[in-house]
Design a protein around this ligand. Structure first.
Ligand SMILES: C[S@@+](CC[C@H](N)C(=O)[O-])C[C@H]1O[C@@H](n2cnc3c(N)ncnc32)[C@H](O)[C@@H]1O
Length: 265
């Protein structure tokens, strides 16, 4: 798969995702998300755009041998990582993976008790169709947990604020809706859901550390800005060096909000 195809899919380059983002974000957050979803033994769970399968794996462990998790994604590369992560559970019939689009779910009506969707709908252009599909495949009373970012919530210290602005402006072109959380409750209701809860998870990186989200994702952001022709390689290198220097001087700061929605059919 070419780099351009990866961006178009909305998936971060899977190997980068696996190497940096999974440890930086999902090790701490996945248990929080699973707790919020209140999974019960025996439940049938759908992970919409499961990516590398971190949440799918934890969900399968929570619903136990009598439950089942289905991981769905549009990217073969992501699905391969998810399948590898869950190979033991799949072998035991407790997890399965399928390639499909979030706007055309290949499942019967009421097939699931719970759905989770982490960092996905902000990439989906036809959100009304995706949410109606989600509603259809959940049983009446079935629950959904959605997490998405509002990219206006980013606070990232840089010496050259104009350049930082251009980099961020380039980055949000990846998303169908970079500000989805502010309208998601209304959209969920329009699709027939009842919204039960909204919350925020804050990604705070107050130090420069290559193993944190902001530094790891910064590499992807820099590459994307160059791919799009919005910044030159020279400019993104200067930006990267500036972040590193701010870190050395004890002046690094990054914060970003992700919004959690719990709803039911
Ligand atoms: C930022 S990743 C999140 C992956 C995973 N949910 C996680 O939190 O680790 C976005 C995922 O959405 C998938 N994706 C994007 N658009 C999709 C669509 N229309 N249908 C299904 N999957 C999609 C990508 O392949 C990618 O795996």
């Amino acid at each position: 798969m070419s780099q351009q195809e990866r961006w178009q899919l909305g998936g971060n380059a899977p190997e980068v995702y696996e190497r940096y983002l999974v440890p930086a974000i999902f090790r701490p957050w996945a248990p929080i998300l699973i707790a919020q979803a209140m999974l019960q033994a025996g439940e049938r769970v759908l992970d919409v755009a499961c990516g590398t399968g971190v949440v799918a794996r934890l969900a399968a462990q929570h619903v136990g041998a009598s439950g089942h998790v289905t991981g769905l994604d549009i990217s073969d590369a992501m699905l391969a990582l998810g399948q590898r992560r869950c190979v033991d559970l799949s072998g035991a019939g407790r997890a399965s993976f399928i390639k499909a689009d979030a706007t055309a779910l290949p499942f019967a009506d009421s097939a699931f008790d719970v759905a989770v969707s982490i960092q996905v709908y902000e990439y989906v252009a036809d959100l009304p169709t995706a949410l109606v599909e989600l509603h259809r495949v959940l049983r009446p009373g079935g629950r959904v947990l959605i997490l998405d970012t509002d990219w206006d919530s980013i606070v990232w210290h840089a010496t050259d604020t104009e350049q930082m602005g251009r980099l961020l402006a380039a980055w949000i072109e990846r998303f169908a809706d970079p500000y989805l959380p502010r309208t998601l409750a209304r959209r969920l209701r329009d699709a027939g859901f009842q919204v039960d809860r909204r919350d925020v998870l804050v990604l705070l990186n107050p130090e420069y550390d290559p193993d944190t989200y902001s530094v790891a994702n910064g590499e992807l952001m820099a590459d994307f800005a160059v791919t799009q022709g919005r910044l030159t390689r020279h400019e993104v290198d200067a930006w990267t060096q500036d972040l590193h220097r701010l870190g050395e001087e004890g002046r690094y700061f990054f914060s970003l909000n992700r919004y959690l929605f719990l709803a039911h059919r």
